[in-house]
Ligand binder design. Structure first.
Ligand code: SAM
Length: 235
């Protein structure tokens, strides 16, 4: 597969340095996988499509914006945050995960790639969102494969500035999920503004990106203490 063909779908092409960083990221994830079991996606073609392309495609509607701040909650091995930081050197990207060894991997990768626009933090969304330096501080919050959609909204929206957005990367998307998410959003000061359905270009796997605009400040009690959002989801 020619990676150039994938990027054409986005209307964007990496420069030489970015293309080299994607290659290096692939090598680092493979090496890290031997120790840490970071991802099932290890084939080269699959990695380009399901990690690199998918990470950037979810933010296609924002890709021409300059100087955004973004938090990637539940980043795991660094997705979607690391490809986004490589593709957008003028964005500021914070990658968060509750598992220390995953964040240790992400930090070493940030260093190895020389990314000066990214940082990584160990912590749970439910705790970090109550810290003054993170609360309502980001233009965008993104979550891929972290929890059900209404739980993701509770994690994400408290981090987002008024007028900013949370983007939920989903596979399939059911009507019932949207109903529950819409109810949760009412409590959290959010409004679903778009459900972008698309297919990945090679595997034709179905993806949905749900964009929630922050239209009100929401209550200070959100997110509720660690564990509660998943035990008793809003909506
Ligand atoms: N986003 C990555 C991706 O798409 O490849 C990783 C997905 S992995 C299935 C889910 C990750 O979310 C795990 O690394 C887990 O530790 C993290 N996570 C789950 N709940 C979290 C929370 N409340 N706060 C921070 N991280 C969380």
């Amino acid at each position: 597969m020619d990676p150039g063909a994938l990027w054409q779908d986005l209307g964007w092409q990496p420069d030489t340095l970015q293309a080299r960083s994607f290659e290096r990221l692939y090598e680092l994830v493979l090496a890290g996988n031997a120790r840490l079991n970071l991802t099932r996606i290890t084939g080269r073609e699959e990695f380009w499509e399901k990690h690199l392309f998918d990470s950037l495609r979810g933010l296609a509607e924002f890709q021409d914006q300059k100087e955004l701040s973004l938090i990637d909650i539940g980043t795991g091995a660094g997705f979607p945050g690391l490809p986004v930081a490589i593709a957008h050197p003028d964005w500021y990207v914070v990658l968060v995960d509750s598992v220390r060894k995953k964040i240790a991997f992400v930090l070493s990768t940030i260093q190895a790639l020389g990314l000066t626009n990214a940082q990584a933090l160990t912590g749970r969304a439910e705790d970090l969102a109550h810290r003054r330096e993170h609360r309502e501080s980001y233009d965008l919050a993104v979550l891929r494969a972290v929890a059900q959609a209404n739980v993701c909204a509770e994690y994400a929206l408290p981090f987002v500035k008024l007028g900013g957005a949370a983007v939920l990367y989903r596979g399939n998307w059911e009507v019932q999920e949207e109903v529950e998410l819409a109810r949760a959003c009412r409590a959290l000061g959010g409004e679903i503004v778009e459900v972008d359905a698309f297919e990945l270009p090679v595997s034709r796997a179905v993806r949905h990106c749900v964009v929630i605009r922050k239209i009100g400040l929401g209550l200070r009690v959100f997110p509720r203490p660690a564990g509660l959002p998943t035990q008793h989801p809003l909506g």
